[in-house]
Write a protein that binds this ligand. Sequence first.
Ligand code: HEM
Ligand code: HEM
Length: 224
Amino acid sequence: MIERLREWGNSHTRRGRYSPIGIIFHWVMALLILFQIGWGFWTDWMMPGGDKVFAYQVHSAAGLPVLLLGVARLAWRILISDPINDADRPGLQSKIAHWTAMTFYVVFFTLPVSGWFMWSSVAAPGPLYLGGIVPWPQVPLSSLDPITQYAILDLAEDVHIASVILLLLLIPAHAGAALKHHFWDRHDVLRAMLPEVPDWEGHRRAVPPNRPTTPPLPKGSEAG
Ligand code: HEM
Ligand code: HEM
């Protein structure tokens, strides 16, 4: 079963594309995280009261799935290798892109886990639900003395906000780089992360149209 899944996934990555599962993970999580950033700041800015507690309940219900999706996505990434595309050239840019992706994976854990700890320390604002439906336990912190609980709350808050700041720096850089590759360099990088549309004959393209099919000429040999 795992072997067949791996073979299916790699049949896409060998053609320089992410598999449909990889693409679904990417866009579902990207939308969820962008929503959470906006909703989180909006909730933070609200006046204290019933609406604010409800808004935090929505925030926690929508944020907890990021943890499960992050675990599943990491397992998928370990199972299925990434495609080699026009962005994979030796140099600083590829290294930065690689470290950006790794940092995103770290944040997929630090954000929901720190939120979970914040929610569970001191005076928890109510029960937790995954996606607003499935009951989710609190971290058992109530047996700890209040000073330790406040210290945990403080640390979890710092981790939450540091993760948000990382995202606010990395998402524009990451999306900007993807758009630059696509519109400026005419690379196949963004297309690899978009759903594949069969052409009018119903075939999938083996090689994206603007992907170089011949290796570039060595430096200096173009002239003459
Ligand atoms: C991908 C997931 C998440 C993102 C992007 C996110 C983002 C944010 C943002 C932007 C804020 C406002 C800035 C701040 O005060 O730090 C915030 C606050 C908060 N979030 Fe999240 N969050 C996520 C997951 C969660 C989860 C799963 C929970 C609870 C189980 C949670 C609980 C909280 C709480 C309690 C605050 C208020 C912190 C305070 O007032 O200091 N968050 N979050
Ligand atoms: C919250 C927002 C986002 C997050 C957390 C995120 C995260 C990631 C991660 C972790 C990867 C590595 C591949 C993987 O493991 O799936 C990736 C790849 C990619 N992302 Fe995003 N992404 C976000 C938004 C965007 C946006 C808005 C765009 C387009 C404008 C974009 C375009 C791409 C592309 C083209 C790749 C493939 C890069 C390559 O193959 O070298 N991402 N993204």
